[in-house]
Design a protein around this ligand. Structure first.
Ligand code: UDP
Ligand code: MG
Length: 317
């Protein structure tokens, strides 16, 4: 039984060798057969060279480099595609996801679990703004997709079956964390404490997090579109009240004033209209991206003997 570990890495030159060593020692100690698949997400530093060095030391370390930065989601999916294990663990390569949890996940998998979710016990050290916005994001997302997303993370173990299902999904805008919920299958949970990052710094800015939130919310739910209908209904109710008032005023001969109402109406309706157009526009953009059907990522180089046959199969089609 082979365990594949997928590690997305964006400018993580300081982390690679340490992570490869820590994981290697741990898994060898537990006598679990493994392969480590580092995906360098278009790093501008020596991440790829570091993966190469680690691979020279241990042939079970493999890797790939993207032609540019495609984002963590793409890196996770590329990693999944290149694995050949019977079970696959996805984790951050900064060791914020504690490796000691992996043997627990492995045991649960051996006992029949098909997905083992890592659940965050605490969010580790984060700024207050980050904590609040993440809290809000997860609250909204949980509502939108009707799954409890709080405390969920990208740290999980998937059975080969689940990996194959995820890889067959044709969509480009993926949200790994929610998709693995969506697939169903028998799941178990392990909780873990988020560690502090040892080297380097977080790759997420507030802006990139906001974009991530909007993209994921819209790729997983059409509720915002239905919001447009709600706004329309509200406008109509409001205008019915004003309609009656205006008519009564007109009939009673006191219809001269009313500029305030007109201005307010124009503002409110204009605001609703533009917001609605924005929401619809966002979905059209998503549809446009999906229709273009471009690949999620482009691999420029690989290290070690990784499962390439899947890619070749796809190219032939
Ligand atoms: N990452 C990536 N591509 C990106 C941004 C991040 O592959 O565009 C990787 C990063 O190298 C790390 C993981 O995603 O292994 C989590 O990123 P980070 O530690 O910066 O996020 P945080 O832990 O602060 O949420
Ligand atoms: Mg991190």
């Amino acid at each position: 039984m082979l365990l594949s570990i997928v590690l997305p890495a964006y400018n993580e030159e300081q982390n690679i060798s340490n992570t490869a060593e820590v994981l290697g020692e741990l898994l060898a100690g537990e006598s679990i057969e493994y392969e480590l698949i580092f995906i360098s997400d278009g790093s501008g530093d020596a991440t790829f060279q570091e993966i190469q060095k680690a691979a020279e030391k241990d042939s079970r370390v493999k890797g790939a480099e993207f032609s540019r930065n495609f984002g963590k989601e793409a890196a996770i999916f590329a990693g999944l595609e290149l694995t050949s294990g019977d079970a696959v663990v996805v984790m951050d390569c900064d060791l914020q996801h504690p490796p000691e949890v992996i043997p627990q996940m492995w045991k649960l998998w051996q006992n029949g679990a098909e997905v083992v979710e890592g659940i965050k016990e605490s969010r580790g050290k984060e700024s207050l703004a980050h904590k609040l916005s993440a809290g809000l994001f997860y609250r909204i997302m949980s509502r939108l997709i009707k799954m409890d997303m709080n405390a969920s993370s990208d740290f999980k173990l998937l059975d080969r079956k689940v990996v194959d299902v995820l890889l067959r999904l044709p969509e480009r805008n993926t949200f790994f964390r929610a998709l693995s919920f969506w697939t169903g299958f028998r799941r178990e949970y392990v909780s873990y404490e988020v560690r502090e990052r040892q080297f380097g710094e977080s790759k997420w800015s507030s802006l990139s997090l906001m974009k991530y939130a909007v993209t994921n919310a819209t790729s997983f739910s059409t509720l915002p579109l239905q919001l447009v209908t709600v706004m329309g209904v509200l406008s109509i109710l409001f205008s019915m009240v004003l309609f009656v008032q205006t008519l009564v005023r007109y009939l009673s001969g006191t219809a001269v004033e009313g500029f305030t109402t007109v201005i307010l109406l124009i503002l409110v309706i204009g605001g609703f209209l533009m917001l609605s157009l924005g929401i619809i526009g966002h979905y059209i953009a998503r549809i446009y991206e999906e229709v273009k059907g471009r690949p999620k990522y482009i691999i420029s180089r690989t290290i070690g003997d990784i499962r390439k046959n899947k890619n070749e199969e796809r190219q032939r089609i």
